[in-house]
Design a protein around this ligand. Sequence first.
Ligand SMILES: [Zn+2]
Length: 110
Amino acid sequence: MPWEYSELSVVWANPSMTAEELSRLLPGRTPKAVSRARERYGRWRTEGFTPPCQRCGEHPVWEAAADGRRWGLCKACTIEEREYRERSGPALAARDNAYRQRKFKRRHRR
Ligand SMILES: [Zn+2]
């Protein structure tokens, strides 16, 4: 699972914590995953360093945009993601609903 910008911020804000301690602050992250993230993104946040986009890995995260920052995506990927959500949001919600209804019916069949 790619690291979110908000999670990396927790890592950078606590350089003196062990990976074990940090993993307790970050639901779903093991101490090993924290160590790997530190190797990759650094224990400290270097001034002026912006992490690379989590999708294309080529461009820096679009920090000026709240959603871009949250998704950890560069400007191009953020715009693409917005368009994708706009386009497929309702269709995906309908499929998710249908899935949950099927599951519900299966569980309550007698
Ligand atoms: Zn990108």
